[in-house]
Design a protein around this ligand. Structure first.
Ligand code: GLN
Length: 501
């Protein structure tokens, strides 16, 4: 690899797209540079479960041919991307981080994947994740853990930890993740990236292996707000193949990201998402970000969302309930693993042997919890009650959005924790999503934006910005303006300054 092509992995997606459009570099060269970087570094990071070098190069050459013929190409044509292994890609192994899907090659593309391909985005491979997206550290992957590029002894967050680590380690300028309770925003915060959970229904769930269908949403990881917006615009939009897809225009996210002005915007600081449980270094960077918003011309007020304290318990009834139903399809008959099929054993024996061997401990815990919460006699007390709490949380959001345009909080209570630190303590692990879960329960849009490193440990801190459903552009407007101010302070976006790897 020449120094010139090695430098390609340091570019943001929009810088790379500009170089591609100007003919300074080919998509094949850009793809090779990233594949080389993965080959050099991924044994230490562990971001990928499967690298599709041949498929990526073929895709890149196709973009180069189309460009040579003078075809009109999308803004990200030829830019490489890492895709969470929870989205189906035709012919490419897709496991959702689980042994139960080992060896499965889906016969179809998820809509997100199809739109990436149509836009000429080059998919480098499938990234590691907590099994079926259940977790906050990527340690629940049935394959291997992923390491945080800022400190290899620490977790990258989860469940989309592989996607976050790939972008932070310069293995890809962009990645797709999914966010059910925080799985894009939390790893983005822990890895110093921009991560966005679009409005529920804004990005198609067709081909997204379901965890909790009323919460799951795919979205972008990037090093800058503009890059995230460009990717958001490629994957979003109505899809008749997903019955919960919203039939409305995609909010103008790219224009909003480029605006760099928040004058007159009203920003609400959520009183309940601070204080106890939040590290002081995280709080400090958060308060500074809020002050900066004020100096940039936003009106900052404190707002109260009194039911947010119940979001975590409500989520841990709703998400497991939906997962216990969704994961029933892994029955040893249709996909992947089959254990105990000796020609004599009955269907039920094969099914239970397969599920016992194929699912990890956290997945089993959630299935059991959800089955219990949905069982007759307990349904009203648990699932029904949690749905009522969900409604109260949405009312908190609605009342807050009568006063302000966006809400802000720290994305996570702490910076990246050490590998192994929380694996034996599910509750400590669940607390990583304290601040992110409310937006999933409501269905609105939310972003995590790097707001510096904690003075305590030098690790990235994320600012969470939340907006009402279909107002995703507000996230990009606020995020873009703040980022522009940080770039002046830091000399570039946080993710391009670090990590040291
Ligand atoms: N950490 C949360 C969980 O384990 C959220 C996961 C997600 O968003 N997929 O459920």
């Amino acid at each position: 690899m020449t120094t010139a092509t090695a430098g390609l992995t340091r570019l943001t997606a929009s810088e790379l797209a500009a170089a591609l459009a100007a003919g300074e570099v080919s998509a094949a060269e850009a793809t090779t540079a990233h594949l080389d970087r993965i080959a050099t570094i991924d044994d230490r990071v562990g971001a990928f479960l499967h690298v599709d070098a041949d498929g990526a190069l073929a895709g890149a050459r196709d973009v180069d041919d189309r460009r040579a013929r003078g075809e009109a190409l999308g803004p990200l044509a030829g830019v490489p991307l890492a895709c969470k292994d929870v989205l189906t890609q035709r012919g490419v192994p897709t496991t959702a981080g689980s042994k139960i899907l080992e060896g499965w090659r889906p016969p179809y593309d998820a809509t997100v994947v199809a739109r990436l391909r149509a836009g000429g985005v080059v998919i480098l491979g499938k990234t590691n994740m907590d099994e079926f997206a259940m977790g906050s550290s990527t340690e629940n992957s049935a394959y291997h853990p992923t390491h945080n590029p800022w400190d290899l002894d620490r977790v990258p967050g989860g469940s989309s930890g592989g996607s976050a680590a790939a972008v932070a380690a310069f293995e890809a300028p962009l990645a797709v993740g999914t966010d059910t309770g925080g799985s894009i925003r939390q790893p983005a915060a822990l890895c110093g990236l921009v991560g966005v959970k679009p409005t529920y229904g804004g990005v198609s769930r067709y081909g997204l292996i379901a965890f909790s269908s009323s919460l799951d949403q795919a979205g972008p990881f990037a090093r800058t707000v503009e890059d995230a917006a460009l990717l958001h615009a490629v994957i979003a939009g109505h899809d008749p193949l997903d019955s919960t897809s919203i039939d409305a225009p995609v909010p103008p996210v790219v224009a909003a990201a480029r605006r760099h002005d928040v004058a007159g915007m009203r920003v609400g600081v959520v009183r309940e998402l601070a204080g106890e449980g939040y590290q002081s270094g995280v709080e400090q960077r958060f308060r500074e970000a809020v002050d900066l918003l004020g100096r940039l011309g936003a009106t900052v007020v404190e707002v109260s969302c009194p039911h947010f304290g119940y979001a975590l318990p409500a989520y841990y009834l709703i998400a497991p309930s939906e997962c216990s139903s969704n994961l029933a399809r892994f029955d040893a008959m249709r996909y992947g693993l089959r254990v105990g099929d000796d020609g004599v054993a009955g269907v039920e024996e094969v099914m239970s042997a397969t599920r016992a061997a194929g699912f990890g401990a956290e997945v089993k815990r959630r299935i059991i919890l959800g089955t219990y919460a949905l069982s007759s006699g307990y349904y009203d007390a648990y699932y029904g009650q949690a749905q009522k709490v969900r409604t109260l949380i949405s009312r908190d959001f609605a009342a807050a959005y009568e006063q302000v345009d966006v809400l802000v909080s720290p994305t996570t209570p702490t910076t990246a924790f050490r590998l192994g630190e929380r694996v034996d303590d599910p509750l400590a692990m669940y607390l990583a999503d304290l601040a992110t879960i409310p937006a999933n329960l409501d269905g609105g849009a939310a972003m995590s934006l790097p707001c510096g490193v904690s003075p305590a440990d030098g690790l990235p801190v994320g600012l969470q910005i939340m907006a009402p459903a279909l107002a995703d552009d507000r996230l990009y407007r606020v995020g873009g303006a703040l980022e522009a101010a940080y770039v002046e302070q830091w000399g570039g976006p946080l993710a391009t300054k670090g990590p040291p790897l």
